[in-house]
Design a protein around this ligand. Structure first.
Ligand code: SF4
Length: 694
């Protein structure tokens, strides 16, 4: 019998595409524990944002689900740490081992010696993080804090608007001028691109601002290329021109903003020439950009993830948010600014229901930044981290300063538990690995961060092998630990029901998606209504001042800068997404993905390559105080002198040195918002020779 099942993509991607899985009853065989088999996965043609299209990687998601390398049974380590040598175990045996070791560790060192770490590898309301919050509260563990990305952008927008909310991303379709700032829409947010093209068809000009020439830049009408981490200087100079040339909406500012006079005085010093010296964009180009922006009332700035990966990441968004206030662009349907739309879901999805403070003994639980995993594993004391739980992510590859993470994971006295679908670099360092289901084997509700549609995900098939959803893992661990509180054992359906607000669950399950409570084409700040105490956009902000941050939009150079004295590492390093077949580090190990992307490489501007005697295909060493990598050179026209790129995502076994690009990247934290400064990394590059051993 053939059937179709509605679902929603779970990947860490703004598009949260709706899908339709075709399932058939087939005889049981091989790894398939169920006779119900997914034979096809296609985009849901009814989904208003993804409109029936999945991306190239998820078009092959069924191959991933049935890949012979899926982990299908619990594993217990038999070899040295990191050697990926395990034996199969039953759930009972693996759970008993974890319970015994966690019991010993918490008795000896206290609950805070246990550290949970997760990210958005599976992005869904209950499978990303729900019952784990209760389990770790009960343990009294350390708390994971911070974010690898979105929270910093939200914190920055909040600095000006009092809320992280900005325009619906698809409102770009109504714009007369589109400024795509620091995001590679065509690669990482592909279903937004038709809305950009719709604006262009109606006469809009597309300007792309990025540190390197991406696929999106290639499709734009104009390209502006600031140096990494200097965009705030560019924005300040734009404000200078807007105010100097009276290209502002004085009525909107008077009604809906505070601090204009202070800001005007502040940016009077920020001439385009001053900004040029910092951001490397010609002063004439800055003048032209500001003039075009100021003369186009219905201008739309589209940004997303990437810009916050700097020490001044929150300030990027705080400053950017001032631009459409100055010009009054918010008045117009196609005006304003978009970023992640995730915060719009807060009214309909109440994640706080998953917290149960009553489960802990009430004492303060130590917070540990997820961006400082390496430091936590190697430096934390009182107590030291003795046990690590990791799920929904592969931090050994995806988190900055990863050489330090690997050093920590290799500790013999660290007990590491990983829930995974594949033997990742992180799982290879575990003591116990639990097999995790994929999105086709579990139910969930998926809030999006690139549009306004809440997705339903039905389980299309039973879990393969002994795999379980994350929620079931926490239930089993609670039972193994002897915990008895009922809230630790709520079912998936109970969890979903408890968190949804004003959503018809029956309709959601029937249609696969529903729009959240936001009017179509809604512009949040047409009539002001900002969420600050004054109800106005704060061009100068006492709230930020009270936090010890600059009251005014302010450019602060990151710690690692080429111009800071005698700098042994003179080149900026960027580590962008590059591939159509990877999603961060997911898929890199699969035969139809990793090999087709080739192996990792370093891109060099022709001038930087020539000055080092490097040509196409030569081996280069890329190094700083954190690590040293050897990679083949690609001579690239995508960069500018002084900027090198190493796309990320490949696993360590694809690298001759056993280290990925994140071994080089900075784990300095962002100014506020808990983010991290991948993009503020400096390196040197040299030809790999016997005199430069790796
Ligand atoms: S990874 Fe993104 S673009 Fe691809 S199917 Fe999933 S949500 Fe859609």
């Amino acid at each position: 019998m053939t059937d179709t099942v509605l679902g929603t993509c779970h990947h860490d991607c703004p598009d949260s595409c709706g899908w339709v899985a075709t399932v058939e009853d087939q005889p049981a065989s091989g790894v398939q524990s169920s006779q119900r088999v997914v034979v096809k996965l296609r985009g849901n043609p009814d989904h208003p944002f993804s409109q029936g299209e999945l991306c190239p990687k998820v078009n092959r998601f069924v191959d991933r689900v049935y890949d012979p390398h899926r982990l299908l049974t619990p594993l217990i380590r038999t070899g040295p740490k990191g050697a990926a040598e395990f034996r199969n175990a039953s759930w009972d045996e693996a759970l008993a081992l974890v319970a015994e070791r966690i019991g010993e560790i918490t008795t000896t060192y206290g609950g805070e010696a246990v550290l949970p770490w997760w990210d958005a590898g599976t992005q869904g309301m209950i499978q990303e993080s729900s019952l784990d919050r209760r389990f770790f509260a009960k343990l009294g563990s350390s708390r994971r804090t911070g974010s690898l990305c979105g929270a910093t952008a939200s914190a920055g927008i909040w600095g000006t608007y009092g809320s992280p909310r900005a325009a619906e991303p698809s409102n770009v379709q109504f714009a007369d001028l589109v400024v795509i700032w620091a995001t590679n829409t065509k690669l990482t947010n592909r279903h937004l691109w038709p809305f950009v093209e719709s604006a262009r068809a109606n006469g809009a000009r597309i300007v792309a601002i990025d540190t390197m020439r991406t696929a999106t830049v290639e499709a734009a009408d104009e390209f502006i290329q600031p140096l990494p981490g200097t965009d705030v200087a560019l924005m300040l100079a734009m404000m200078h021109v807007l105010i100097r040339d009276n290209l502002i909406d004085a009525t909107y500012i008077a009604s809906h903003a505070t601090g204009f006079a202070e800001l005007a005085e502040h940016v009077s010093e920020w001439t385009p020439q001053r900004a040029e010296a910092i951001c490397g964009v010609d002063a004439g180009v800055i003048e032209q950009l500001a003039t075009t922006y100021g003369n186009t009332p219905q201008s739309f700035i589209s940004t997303l993830i990437g810009a916050e990966h700097h020490e001044n990441g929150a300030m990027f968004f705080r400053t950017l948010a001032c631009l459409p206030v100055l010009t009054g662009a918010w008045r117009h349907p196609g005006g304003g600014l978009s970023k992640s739309s995730g915060s719009w879901f807060d009214d309909n999805v109440d994640l706080s229901t998953f917290d149960r403070p009553n489960l802990s003994d009430g004492s303060h639980r130590r917070g540990v930044s997820m961006n400082h995993l390496g430091r936590a594993l190697t430096e934390l004391d009182d107590p030291p981290v003795k046990a690590l739980f990791a799920w929904n992510g592969n931090p050994a590859v995806t988190v900055p300063n990863s050489a330090l993470i690997r050093q920590g994971l290799l500790r013999d006295d660290l007990f590491t538990v990983v829930s995974e679908q594949f033997m990742t670099d992180t799982a290879a360092h575990a003591d116990v690995v639990f097999p995790a289901t994929t999105q086709l084997e579990q139910i969930d509700v998926v809030p999006a961060w690139g549009h306004m549609y809440l997705g339903w995900n039905e389980a299309a098939i039973a879990p393969l092998g002994d795999c379980v959803p994350n929620t079931e893992l926490w239930r089993r661990l609670s039972a193994a630990m002897g915990f008895t509180e009922p809230e630790l054992f709520e079912t998936d359906e109970q969890l979903i029901d408890s968190a949804l607000r004003g959503i018809d669950l029956d309709e959601l399950r029937r249609t696969g998606f529903v729009r959240i409570d936001v009017e179509a084409d809604h512009n949040p700040y047409t009539n002001g209504g900002f969420a600050t105490p004054s109800g106005k956009a704060e061009l100068a902000s006492d709230r930020l001042g009270d936090m010890g941050q600059p009251r005014l939009p302010t450019y602060t150079a990151p710690t690692e800068r080429p111009e800071h004295g005698d700098q042994p590492y003179p080149l900026y390093l960027t580590s962008p997404k590059h591939h159509t077949r990877f999603l961060n580090s997911s898929y890199a190990s699969l035969p139809k993905h990793g090999p087709r992307e080739g192996g990792p490489f370093v891109e060099l501007d022709p001038h930087d390559a020539a000055s080092r005697g490097l040509g196409e295909g030569d081996d280069a060493e890329i190094f700083n105080d954190r690590a040293r990598l050897t990679l083949p050179v690609r001579i690239s026209q995508r960069l500018r002198p002084g900027l090198v790129a190493i796309p990320f995502g490949w696993w360590t076994n694809d690298h001759p040195d056993g280290q990925t690009v994140n071994a080089l990247t900075s784990d300095a934290l962002s100014d506020w918002g808990g983010g991290v400064a991948y993009g503020d990394t400096l390196v040197q590059v040299a030809a790999a020779t016997p005199d430069n051993p790796t």
